[in-house]
Design a protein around this ligand. Structure first.
Ligand code: SF4
Length: 339
């Protein structure tokens, strides 16, 4: 028998908020009182990756500002339709690293379990925006197969719940997954990659923290925040609850043109994360996924920014600047530009 705490019924507040998310550019611009004539958005008919923004995230955007750094991450712009050489549907070639449905096994010692096929927010730069989630949806049969794979590979010590975003799952569904993983003796850690505590902090409920607190696995939650404006007091409260449950909190960001490609923004992000109990972990170069080329920051500029941030902050507040490359056994670390 596992010692996991069975979930109490989900609070439906976060699910209600999630269901009320904005789903069109027009709604988003109307809410922010931005004249649609000021922004060239992608017509709805051309959207293969829909607009999706939860209200709590939208409320942190500045009304009337079409350049708001949070808005730019989620607003489908017309330049997504540009075909840019090198920008492809599967930039990390994950299709070749799936030994079982729902499993991506790229790195030694750890596997990624695609636990959910949706997110609370659709980030326009997402490297999985074209991922065939329908082929990986974890019904009971596929979950059994995934767990069998993890059980059969004794070298795996860590499972990363990813997606989509695993925290869009109900607590009951999460409990089912965590219970199964908890029983695999060679597993030591459970990592959860999620943007929910940032974009919909109401998701951090006592039921969720109770569940994560009760597994024997060491739990690491890696949030995803790209700008200090994302981290308001409500987000801080949720993060404090996760920390209070003994969970290690890390952050990963993506370097995005127009959003955070200046040293002041990056330094403030690190300072704010730390004040909320989160350690900066990775700053990723953009993965070249089709539709995202307008976010590209050249490597030479990224390395200059990295040097500038190192000059401003103590080392423990500086995330590692990395690039993911298909077929490599780990992320590639980039060095700061020499001054
Ligand atoms: S939350 Fe993460 S997985 Fe979901 S759309 Fe954004 S970047 Fe992609």
């Amino acid at each position: 028998m596992t010692g996991l705490t069975p979930p109490i019924p989900d609070s439906d507040d976060w699910q209600l908020l999630l269901s009320e998310s904005v789903r069109t550019s027009r709604e988003l611009l109307d809410f922010l009182k931005i004249d649609p004539a000021q922004v060239a958005v992608l017509p709805e008919a051309q959207l293969d990756f829909p607009c999706r923004v939860p209200q709590p995230f939208m409320e942190r955007m500045q009304p009337g500002n079409p350049e708001d750094p949070l808005l730019l991450q989620v607003l489908p712009l017309a330049n997504e339709a540009a075909e840019v050489p090198g920008y492809v549907a599967d930039p990390l070639q994950e299709a070749g690293a799936t030994p079982a449905a729902g499993i991506i096994h790229k790195y030694n010692g750890r596997v990624l379990l695609v636990a959910a096929g949706a997110c609370a927010v659709n980030c326009r730069y997402c490297f999985r925006r074209h991922f065939p989630y329908q082929d990986h949806l974890l019904d009971r049969f596929r979950l059994n197969q995934s767990v069998d794979y993890i059980r059969s590979e004794a070298t795996i010590s860590e499972v990363i719940l990813s997606g989509g975003d695993p925290l869009v799952l109900s607590d009951r569904r999460l409990y089912d997954i965590v219970c199964r993983l908890d029983k695999i003796p060679h597993l030591r850690r459970l990592r959860i990659h999620t943007r929910l505590p940032v974009v919909l902090p109401q998701r951090v409920t006592p039921a969720l923290t109770g569940l994560l607190e009760s597994t024997r696995l060491n739990v690491v939650v890696v949030i995803h925040s790209n700008h200090a404006n994302e981290l308001d007091d409500e987000v801080g409260t949720g993060l404090a609850q996760l920390r209070g449950a003994g969970i290690t909190l890390l952050n990963q960001s993506v370097l995005l043109r127009g959003v955070n490609d200046d040293a002041a923004s990056l330094a403030l992000l690190s300072e704010t994360l730390f004040s909320r109990g989160v350690l900066p972990y990775y700053l990723h170069l953009l993965d070249p996924v089709a539709g995202s080329a307008h976010f590209h920051v050249p490597e030479v500029k990224a390395r200059e920014l990295y040097a500038a941030v190192l000059n401003r902050l103590p080392g423990y507040l500086v995330p590692r600047l990395v690039r993911e490359e298909p077929g490599k056994g780990s992320k590639s670390l980039l060095l700061p530009a020499c001054s």
